[in-house]
Design a protein around this ligand. Structure first.
Ligand code: ZN
Length: 178
């Protein structure tokens, strides 16, 4: 059993119920079933990819707004910030898609919090501060965005907790012997 652990470069997870370390099926879209206790572990690869897809959506949005502003020749300091944000989003997307085990990658987890933190600041916090008077329409728009981000942050937090539970930290935690 120890030999299997040594020779398999495939990413593994630790069952959150019984602690068995096993390589999840690389292609499945469903949950990762533990070979020892049959517990259903969340398909972390798929979850991290859906976070990356949210980033792709954000990147498209940023690029469209940026292109519009360049077209209207309204380029300013904010556009430099947007360009930097686009690069950050792109790096995050590429990192998640290239990683064998994004759930065990601390850099990816930090990038995700930074990217969504920036998005929250720009879409909720700044519009709230930028206008002294808040009319009904703006209040509704900002509240709606706030709720959306609340849901996203709830999901990111849940994902982080799952990743912590399932990430294989050290090789010697393997309890493959049943
Ligand atoms: Zn298990």
């Amino acid at each position: 059993m120890r030999d299997i652990m040594k020779t398999t470069p495939v990413p593994s997870i630790q069952c959150k119920k019984c602690g068995t370390v096993f390589p999840p099926h690389p292609k499945t879209k469903g949950t990762w079933i533990c070979p020892h206790c049959q517990a259903e572990n969340p398909n972390l690869k798929r979850h991290y990819r859906s976070v990356a897809d949210l980033c792709i959506l954000g990147l498209v949005f940023v690029l469209v707004v940026l292109a519009m502003r360049i077209y209207q020749a309204k380029v300013g300091l904010a556009d430099l910030f947007m360009a930097a944000d686009a690069v950050l989003l792109l790096v995050t997307i590429v990192c998640i898609y290239k990683a064998q085990a994004p759930w065990a990658n601390r850099v990816i987890q930090r990038l995700i919090w930074i990217v969504f933190g920036v998005a929250f600041a720009v879409n909720v916090f700044v519009p709230l501060l930028a206008h002294g008077t808040i009319d009904y329409h703006r209040a509704f728009s900002v509240s709606a965005r706030f709720v959306v981000y609340l849901v996203i942050f709830g999901y990111l937090f849940w994902l982080q907790v799952q990743a912590r539970k399932c990430a294989v930290t050290t090789g010697d935690t393997a309890t493959l012997s049943a």
